[in-house]
Design a protein around this ligand. Structure first.
Ligand code: AMO
Length: 429
């Protein structure tokens, strides 16, 4: 059975007038007018009007449910329709798959469905051009991130997701039975990416990671996509520059390459101004004090505090130089101020998009930091061994791709920008 198409709908044009073409896709609309039936046909590139004529073809499409799959052979001709620059006249319609009626959601988006119904029928939701645009943009974002990092000399790697001990300390780990042993799902590639600088120098990974957090917010998922980088011979300011370039290029790339998608979403993406402000934790605490939020230096910044900071600094900014005690065991102190770390978060208003910093590369220091944080250095011996094999000084960051997508598309809920999101309640589809 021949299933080929000669053209994607997006490649058809009035200039093909008189030419015979075969297109295929989903019936978005169907109007039966006796001797004619008009089909609106959509494929992944666009929509076209098909005029069905001839007894046999008319009989075949009679009563056909919307979203059924057809393959149509016909001739491109002029049209009187206002919404189309041409139409395809056809006497040959093959019905390849029939859709049920009613469908669980309206895939055209004329009737608004709530997010849960849409996620329950996610594959169908992707027929909605608004939803499809989100994932076309996501594809471009990934492409742009890869290009920037590869141009900067980074090598893309894949680290294991099934691991024997925690990568970020003990909390928030999903455990699973690994034959007769206990294993965990990786929270981040932190330890691996650090080890890899030893042989590959500059590495990045784009992958799913797992956090067993019962957070019911619009920014937390139990499975999220992280962009991770690690670079040797680099201090934290160097990798902040790299992160800034990655973000600016993403916005630039989407601005130029995703024009119809921005239109479908009603957004206008613009390259943000760089460099992003770099605000110290100390300064942030003082600024909050002036706003009546009294914190002691060393207190963690809670959601309400970040919301206030977001009001003071809309858009992108770095929060840098956090107290050592608020940062993970692998973060390096400032030589001139050992209570303060060489660390940063990249914020967009209140939202944390990324965190990173300079790493400790002296294994004795890492061991004492592990103890300080109540972790057992013995459980990290496999990792710490590598630090005796010529570990270069290194820095890196992890960027939440789903959160970046939410910012880019102006959508609040990260669930909308993930194909099949996982949260404490949602495990399917
Ligand atoms: P951190 O734990 O801050 O750092 O994670 C990095 C970024 O990943 C995103 N993120 C999440 N997104 C959605 N749902 C979640 N549950 C979730 N958890 C994290 C955030 C966050 O800023 N190893 C370090 C990074 C490094 O230092 O290189 C780490 O994992 O956008």
């Amino acid at each position: 059975m021949d299933l080929k198409r000669t053209h994607y709908i997006g490649d058809l044009a009035p200039s093909l007038k008189g030419q015979k073409v075969t297109v295929g896709g989903w019936v978005e609309d169907l109007r039966e007018l006796g001797k004619l039936t008009f089909l609106t046909l959509r494929d992944v590139t666009g929509v076209a009007q098909i005029v069905v004529v001839g007894e046999e073809a008319l009989r075949q499409v009679k009563g056909l449910n919307r979203q059924s799959v057809v393959r149509v052979t016909g001739t491109v001709q002029e049209t009187k329709a206002r919404d189309f620059p041409f139409e395809v006249k056809s006497e040959n319609v093959e019905i390849l798959s029939r859709a049920v009626h009613p469908l669980p959601i309206d895939p055209i988006g004329r009737l608004e469905s709530n997010i849960d119904n849409r996620l329950n029928a996610r594959a169908l939701d992707l027929r909605n051009q608004r939803t499809a645009s989100i994932f076309k943009i996501r594809h471009h974002v990934l492409q742009s991130i890869r290009k920037t990092l590869i141009d900067l000399g980074f090598l893309e790697v894949n680290t294991p997701k099934i691991i024997g001990s925690a990568s970020e300390g003990g909390a928030n780990l999903f455990s699973l039975k690994y034959f007769d042993r206990q294993a965990y799902l990786a929270q981040s590639p932190q330890l691996y990416k650090e080890q890899l600088t030893l042989g590959l120098e500059r590495v990045f990974e784009i992958s799913s990671f797992y956090r067993a957090e019962k957070s019911h917010t619009v920014r937390h998922l139990t499975e999220f996509t992280s962009v991770d980088v690690e670079a040797d011979f680099a201090d934290y300011t160097d990798v902040m520059d790299i992160l800034e370039a990655v973000i600016a290029n993403v916005f630039d790339h989407v601005e130029k390459n995703c024009v119809p998608e921005q239109k479908a979403l009603g957004i206008e993406v613009k390259r943000p101004k760089t460099p992003f402000a770099r605000i110290t934790y100390k300064q942030a605490v003082e600024d909050l004090g002036k706003e009546g939020i009294m914190l002691t230096q060393g207190d963690d910044l809670q959601d309400a505090h970040l919301r206030k900071l977001g009001e003071l600094h809309p858009g992108f900014y770095f929060l840098i130089d956090w107290p050592m005690k608020l940062k993970p065991f692998y973060i390096h102190e400032k030589e001139e101020d050992p209570e303060t770390s060489k660390s940063f978060d990249l914020q967009y208003g209140y939202l944390e998009l990324s965190s990173g910093g300079r790493r400790l590369h002296d294994p004795a220091k890492i061991r004492s930091r592990l103890v300080e944080q109540g972790l057992n250095p013995d459980q990290f011996e496999d990792h710490l061994r590598a630090f005796d094999w010529g570990m270069p000084p290194h820095s890196g960051w992890g960027l939440g791709l789903d959160r970046l997508m939410a910012v880019l598309t102006g959508i609040d809920n990260v669930r909308e920008v993930v194909l099949y999101p996982r949260d404490p309640e949602r495990l399917s589809p």
